[in-house]
Write a protein that binds this ligand. Structure first.
Ligand code: NAP
Length: 295
C-alpha cells in the first residue's frame, strides 16, 4: 500500500499538514502501469476500460477524455462508445450488456448523468459486477456495505487510500460526513464505518450542522458549495477531507481558516480530486487480473 513519507513539521506549527493527493495518485497510477505491463507480458492482452458517453455535455466529454488519456498513458486500452443524447434506456442497456459480455473488455464506465429520459439505475445494473470498476452497481454497493470484496465508488475509495497513506487511525473516531450522495457521501460513510469510525451523516435537512461538525475528529465535506464549512467549526486537531470541487478551484471547506485548526487537510485542487481517476485505473487493472485468472 502506498504511504506518504513523513516530512518535517511545517514551520508554522499551527498549520495542518497537507495531504498530497497528487503525489499519492501518481504512485497509484505508476503501480497500475506496472501491473498492466505485467498482464501484457503474461497474457499478451492489455487491460481494457470501456467508456460509455451519452450526449455531448461539455463537462462529461472532458471527464471521459481525461480518463481515457490517463488509461492510455498507463498502458490500459480504452474503448469508447459515444451514443447520441436521444438514445433510449433499452438501447443503452443493450450496449452496456454487450460490453459486459465482451471478454476483451475488463472494466466499464458509464459517464453520468445520462439525461433525465433514461433510467440510469437500469443502465448501471447492466454492468457486470466483475467489470464495475466505477463501483456503481447495487451489487458493488451491497458488497461494500457487507465488507465483502468488490469495487468501490472511486472517490470514496480514493479518500480511504489517502487516509491510509497518512496513517490516520479511524477506530473509535467520530467521522462526520457532510453530504449523502450515492456516489460520494453515502459510500464514504459506509467505508468509514467499516473501519470502526463512529459515523454521522449530515445533509440539507440536518439541524444545527455546525454543532455536529465541531465534534468531528474526521470531517468529510461532500456538499458542492464553496467554503460551506467554516474554519471556526473545525475541531482542533481534526483530519479534514474536502471532496468539494467548485468553480474557481474552491473546495467545500474554508481552507485557510480550517488549516489553522486541523492536523491534516486536503488542498483543493490536489487533494481528493486526483485520487478518483487513480482508483479507476487501479480497479480496472485489478478487474483484468481477476478476469484473466491472474489475481
Ligand atoms: P450532490 O449529489 O449534489 O450531493 C450533495 C450533498 O450535499 C447532498 O447529500 C445534499 O443533501 C448535501 N447538501 C446540499 N446542501 C446542503 C446544506 N445546505 N447543508 C447540508 N448538506 C447539504 O453532490 P456530489 O456528487 O456528492 O458532490 C459533492 C461535491 O464533491 C461537489 O463539489 C462535487 O464537485 C465534488 N465531487 C468531487 C469528486 C472528485 O473526483 N474529486 C467526485 C465527485 C464529486 P441532500 O441529500 O439532503 O440533498
Amino acid at each position: 500500500m502506498a504511504r506518504i513519507q513523513q516530512s518535517a513539521q511545517p514551520s508554522d506549527q499551527r498549520s495542518a499538514r497537507l495531504m498530497d493527493g497528487t503525489g499519492l495518485a501518481r504512485s497509484i497510477v505508476a503501480s497500475s502501469a506496472e501491473a498492466a505491463a505485467d498482464i501484457r507480458r503474461r497474457t499478451g492482452t492489455s487491460p481494457c476500460l470501456a467508456t460509455v458517453l451519452v450526449g455531448e455535455d461539455p463537462a462529461s466529454v472532458t471527464y471521459v477524455r481525461m480518463k481515457r488519456a490517463r488509461c492510455e498513458k498507463a498502458g490500459i486500452t480504452s474503448r469508447h462508445v459515444a451514443l447520441p443524447a436521444s438514445v433510449g434506456t433499452a438501447e443503452l442497456v443493450d450496449t452496456i450488456g454487450a460490453l459486459s459480455a465482451d471478454p476483451d473488455v475488463h472494466g466499464i464506465l458509464l459517464q453520468h448523468p445520462v439525461g433525465p429520459h433514461i433510467d440510469e439505475r437500469a443502465a448501471f445494473e447492466a454492468i457486470d459486477p466483475a467489470k464495475d470498476v466505477d463501483g456503481v452497481t447495487m451489487h458493488s454497493f451491497a458488497a461494500m456495505g457487507f465488507g465483502l470484496p468488490g469495487f468501490v465508488s472511486c472517490t470514496p475509495g480514493g479518500i480511504m487510500r489517502l487516509l491510509d497513506a497518512y496513517d490516520v487511525d479511524l477506530t473509535g473516531k467520530h467521522a462526520v460526513v457532510v453530504g449523502r450522495s450515492a456516489i460520494l457521501g453515502k459510500p464514504a460513510g459506509l467505508l468509514l464505518l467499516g473501519r470502526d469510525a463512529t459515523v454521522t451523516y449530515c445533509h440539507s435537512r440536518t439541524t444545527d450542522l455546525s454543532a455536529i461538525v465541531r465534534e468531528a475528529d474526521v470531517l468529510l465535506a461532500a456538499v458542492g458549495r464553496p467554503r460551506f464549512i467554516a474554519g471556526a467549526d473545525i475541531k482542533p486537531g481534526a483530519v479534514v477531507i474536502d471532496a468539494g470541487y467548485n468553480p474557481g478551484n474552491v473546495g467545500d471547506v474554508d481552507f485557510d481558516a480550517a488549516r489553522e485548526r486541523a492536523s491534516l487537510i486536503t488542498p483543493v485542487p490536489g487533494g481528493v480530486g486526483p485520487m478518483t481517476i487513480a482508483v479507476l485505473l487501479a480497479q480496472t487493472v485489478e478487474a483484468a487480473q481477476r478476469q484473466l485468472g491472474l489475481g
